[in-house]
Design a protein. Structure first.
Length: 691
């Protein structure tokens, strides 16, 4: 029987990732033989980790701090021999190696990065910008790559490309395009990697020596972070470590891996032993981001003439095989940071975006009252506390919030009490409207079986109640010159879990329109923890957080049951999973099989974050692949096939997060009559039912 874990689904390389290694070997100054042994040893470790690329420090084969020894024939000759050993030693290794060495061409000495793959030198990149200030005087020994005449050089009996205009491109692995620069190059106003990134390089590698002084590390990190973000690229950085001369300088040996401004991995600084750091880079994410970012591609147009001259060096990448699990962290809740300080900041911003959106809408309309239906569940609770803070900010009494709880045939005692307690705690204008008489009249008018004492709980039965509630709210708004405040959230909109038209789909303004269910849970928790309201309100909010999510439209055995009879997540899947699916499918356009791969990684122990232990105890904390596939299949069907027509006609509401909005006036424009078969088939073909 086939081992399920041997299936290609379980390899990062199946899903558009590559593994990068940044290596910090122990060096000896002016001892290329020793340095070569240490370089090859770390290269083998990178290969054992099945890395695709391994970066080493600037001048790593000779050491950087040789000063005028670089003009000694003996050192240059032995360094050339050492480079040959690295080339020969690379033949059976998985990663593309990037090593640093002083090399002579055209009667000049260049500070070079040599790109090597499986016994072949793919190209040589000379350093462009030579620092010659303060402690640096590289122009004493080296010539800038700008002053090279040749675009090709003879090296070890072969003609190889030479220049800072090289991109090393894997023909058989989309998105794997590497460019190299050296140390000072990234400290300049326009680094060479800016141009290679615009020309298509997704992985930017920097061989650095970079001595350390107080405060320099932060600036260095910022340089790498900003360059990776500005170039929509991965940025690998390797600074010289133990062994460089400390005659006048010191070295901290720093390795960094960034991806689009996100730190993926870093080494220990000031270590007295050599190190290797690994990170999995999502090339597909970078390609998707570039495709979407029109300003990035406009910059390509501006520099088209220069970019046209950049050379592409193709190579055939031997993709590592077998089970290669992801080693990067994937958050279970992509809309909610797991770090406490970042989560607090996210909740603060989201809450205030909602408040400011509503403030502007009320001011623009000349209306100072809102009408809201309060169910005692998460969404209406969040909308109500946003409305309360809005009135406070506008200097209006909270009595201007006309809040109505509208029990129906299936309203539970728990949610009914939550609604009453919350309205009282917030001191809004509270009232109760029983929608059952008007709903019964509607069902009698249309001759629904329920009106004839038959227990038929179909979609008509459910939507009559949802429609009656919304109809009441709109007429109340007319009567009191108020604005109907919507409560439905982004997750429901993605899944089509809303009654279209005169139902919970519609309002005058919806503050929750781009807030997913998982973020609403944490927003309410944040309101409690930061004491945005008094203790009584906080107690009610805590009770709401522990209430089962339900539309409460189908009755249990008796009216006013203690808990809802319907469990929403049993019907449309766990919101924590569906929000995960929503984020990666809409934000990055990932294929469903990749989303499933990421979800499986996140919803194992590796994916635990700060909020994992704070979600309600009845929630699952792990999902197996069969569950992930089941709910993802449902998600793509509902999202792409049956619910777009609802999103095409949503009311106004503020965009809250970078995860996006589904408004047709904002982040998402799609046909209402598309098919879902492409996404469903991709999931079934790439993730066979072998579990």
């Amino acid at each position: 029987m086939e081992d399920p874990l041997s299936h290609p689904f379980h390899s990062i390389y199946t899903h558009g990732f590559i593994r990068a290694a940044v290596c910090l070997p122990t060096l000896r100054v002016a001892d290329p033989v020793f340095n070569t042994r240490r370089t090859l040893d770390l290269a083998r470790k990178a290969s054992e980790s099945r890395a695709a690329v391994a970066l080493f420090p600037e001048m790593g084969l000779s050491a950087y701090s040789n000063e005028d020894l670089f003009h000694q024939e003996a050192l240059l000759s032995v360094t050339a021999s050492a480079l040959l050993q690295v080339v020969e030693g690379s033949r059976s290794l998985s990663p593309l190696l990037i090593v640093g060495a002083p090399l002579r061409f055209e009667g000049k000495l260049f500070n070079c990065a040599v790109v090597i793959y499986r016994g072949r030198i793919l190209g040589v990149v000379p350093k462009t910008y030579l620092p010659n200030y303060r402690e640096f005087y590289e122009k004493r020994q080296f010539t800038s790559g700008m002053n090279a005449v040749s675009r090709e050089v003879r090296l070890m009996g072969h003609t190889v490309p030479f220049g800072a205009d090289l991109i090393f491109e894997a023909d058989n692995f989309p998105g794997f395009c590497l460019a190299v620069e050296i140390c000072e190059d990234v400290w300049t106003p326009i680094p060479p990697s800016t141009y290679t990134a615009l020309a298509g390089a997704t992985v930017l590698a920097n061989l650095s020596a970079s001595n350390i002084t107080v405060g320099k590390a932060d600036y260095r990190r910022n340089l790498c972070a900003v360059q990776s973000g500005r170039c929509l690229a991965a940025y690998l950085y390797s600074a010289a470590g133990p062994g460089e001369s400390t005659t006048d300088l010191a070295w901290d040996g720093y390795a960094l891996i960034y991806e689009n401004n996100e730190l993926l991995a870093q080494s220990e600084r000031f270590s007295d032993t050599e190190q290797i750091v690994l990170a999995d880079i999502d090339l597909e994410l970078l390609v998707q981001e570039r495709m979407r970012t029109t300003s990035f591609n406009d910059a390509v147009g501006v520099h088209r003439d220069r970019l046209a001259g950049i050379r592409r060096i193709p190579f055939d990448f031997a993709v590592p095989t077998g089970d290669i699990p992801l080693i990067r962290r994937v958050e279970r809740f992509p809309f909610v940071p797991s770090e406490a300080d970042k989560c607090d900041e996210r909740c603060y911003e989201a809450y205030n975006i909602q408040v400011h959106g509503l403030m502007k809408r009320l001011a623009a309309s000349g209306i100072d009252r809102v009408v809201i239906g309060v169910s005692g569940g998460l969404d209406s609770t969040q909308a109500l506390i946003v409305a309360a803070r809005t009135m406070d900010r506008l200097g209006l009494p909270r009595k201007n919030i006309l809040a109505y709880t509208m029990p129906g045939f299936a309203t539970s005692r728990a949610t009914h009490e939550n609604a009453l307690r919350l309205m009282a705690a917030l001191a809004v204008s509270a009232a109760e409207l029983d929608i059952r008489p008007s709903a019964m009249q509607m069902m009698r008018d249309i001759d629904h079986p329920f009106a004839r004492n038959q227990p038929v709980y179909d979609v008509t039965f459910e939507n009559v109640q949802a429609g009656e509630r919304t109809s009441h709210l709109f007429r109340l708004a007319n009567l009191h010159h108020a604005l109907v405040l919507g409560t439905g959230d982004l997750s429901e909109l993605a899944l089509g879990w809303a009654t279209y038209g005169v139902g919970d789909h519609m309002s005058h303004y919806n503050v929750n329109a781009s807030v997913p269910k998982t973020l609403i849970q944490h927003l309410i928790r944040w309101v409690v923890e930061t004491r945005q309201f008094d203790d009584e309100t906080g107690e009610v909010l805590a009770a709401v957080l522990n209430t089962e999510i339900s539309p409460e439209l189908i009755p249990a055995g008796a009216e006013n049951a203690e808990q809802p009879a319907q469990r929403t997540e049993e019907k449309i899947g766990p919101y924590e999973l569906q929000d995960f699916n929503l984020f990666y499918i809409t934000r990055y356009g990932f294929a469903p099989s990749k989303v499933a791969f990421l979800a499986h990684h996140a919803w194992s122990d590796a994916g635990r974050g700060r909020w994992s232990d704070l979600i309600p105890p009845q929630k699952r904390h792990q999902y197996d692949l069969s569950e992930i596939r089941k709910w993802l299949d449902l998600f793509v069907y509902r999202f792409f096939k049956i619910s777009q027509f609802k999103r095409s006609a949503v009311p106004n509401g503020p965009k809250v997060g970078s995860g996006g909005s589904l408004s047709p006036r904002g982040d998402w424009r799609a046909p209402s009559d598309a098919e879902a078969v492409v996404w469903q088939n991709e999931l079934r073909e790439k993730m066979p039912d072998i579990y």
